[in-house]
Write a new protein. Structure first.
Length: 349
């Protein structure tokens, strides 16, 4: 039986990497009936919105989607189509494994950590007021002179509800994947209410796992230092939205760059798999960029579907091609194109 899966080809380099990724999935032997749905800047011209209802309905119906990157159109009212998809479908976990493959250009060895980023709140919720607006004036008044007059204001919100579910996911993931430790990261020494609530909730959840999975806390600034000095010390990292966004790129840098960094957005029963990188418009149509980040996102998708054998064969094929260095893209020090690197992975499979 074939899995029915929504496929969003996206913008910029999206369609090229999506096409080769579909072929790689086919080469694993797992049968997929792709339902191709459009979202992004190109569809906006036709339908007046970068996120047509049909795209969301398809993902809701199929429950699983593979999504190539989408350009954030400027001046549409959409802060980001990607953020809107996560919000509409309540995909509250952003999972970003960062693992080093032999042969990538990196200063490090033995990095194998996973970022579990909260995906629905924090400063990403988009509650912002321009300077001199009625709302910002009101908040400035309430702040008792702590906020300067004429400030623009963003609201940071952290709830026990959202923290609990993402921390629980991090511990369950650690159990399932034989991980040893969860590190919660915040700036709770300064943001005592919001990040303090994140820690308080994380500690409460951690108690349920204390005989099985270790728990520790780090402040975000110290975590950045630790990650560039001793990344091998870290395992599963659970983190509020904005710090998670920044740490994900930092960790992608540890393991060879955006070309090899996969991701997944997960809700209770819907999952959207996508690379960490964006649509890199300057490389559009050049057959130049690395398809591995989306291919490894498809590997996460196969695991999610329970196709663990196909997923590990796919990862092995990617790892072999990277290690041999004969057919890799520019970011890994080679001269191969997107299609050629994808084809090399298919041949390994
Ligand atoms: P980007 O990730 O698209 O590209 C930044 C640079 O990273 C590129 O110029 C390139 O040098 C490198 N890079 C990215 N992907 C690569 C790959 N597969 N192989 C090799 N090198 C790669 O970031 P940006 O330029 O800041 O954003 C471009 C657009 O993408 C923006 O509109 C942004 O909003 C959007 N975006 C979308 C997503 C998403 O769809 N999830 C994520 C991030 C950014």
């Amino acid at each position: 039986m074939a899995y029915k899966i929504s496929l969003i080809p996206g913008d910029g380099i999206g369609p090229e990497i999506a096409e080769i990724t579909m072929k790689v999935v086919e080469a694993t032997g797992v049968k997929v009936d792709w339902e191709v749905v459009r979202a992004g800047v190109e569809i906006m011209a036709k339908e007046g919105t970068p996120l047509p209802l049909g795209a969301l309905e398809s993902i809701r119906r199929n429950r699983v989607a593979l999504k190539a990157p989408i350009t954030t159109p400027i001046g549409t009212g959409f802060r980001s189509v990607n953020v809107a998809i996560r919000k509409e479908l309540d995909l509250f976990v952003c999972l970003r494994p960062c693992k080093i493959y032999n042969g990538v250009r990196s200063r490090y060895e033995n990095v194998d950590l996973v970022i579990v980023r909260e995906n629905t709140e924090d400063l990403y919720a988009g509650v912002e007021y321009p300077q001199n607006s009625k709302e910002s004036q009101e908040i400035i008044r309430l702040s008792n002179s702590k906020i300067r007059e004429c400030s623009a204001i963003s609201i940071k919100s952290i709830s026990a509800f959202a923290t609990e579910r993402v921390v629980r996911y991090a511990f369950e993931y650690a159990l399932r994947c034989n991980r040893k430790k969860v590190t919660a990261v915040t700036k709770a020494n300064i943001m005592k209410c919001t990040d303090g609530l994140f820690y308080e909730t994380a500690r409460r959840i951690a108690r349920n796992y204390e005989d099985k999975i270790g728990y520790e806390e780090r402040l975000i600034d110290n975590m950045c230092l630790q990650l560039v000095q001793k990344p091998e010390l870290y395992d599963v990292i659970v983190v509020p939205n904005l710090y998670g966004d920044i740490l994900s790129d930092l960790c992608a840098g540890l393991v060879g760059g955006l070309g090899v960094a996969p991701g997944a957005n997960l809700g209770n029963d819907i999952a959207v798999f996508e690379a960490v990188h964006g649509s890199a418009p300057k490389y559009k149509g050049l057959n130049k960029v690395n398809p591995v980040a989306l291919i490894l996102s498809a590997k996460l998708m196969l695991e999610y579907l329970g196709e663990t054998n196909a997923a590990s064969r796919l990862e092995q094929a990617v790892s072999d091609v990277i290690m041999e260095k004969r057919c890799v893209t520019y970011d890994l020090g080679g001269t191969a194109g997107t299609k050629e690197m994808g084809q090399a992975i298919i041949e390994k499979l």
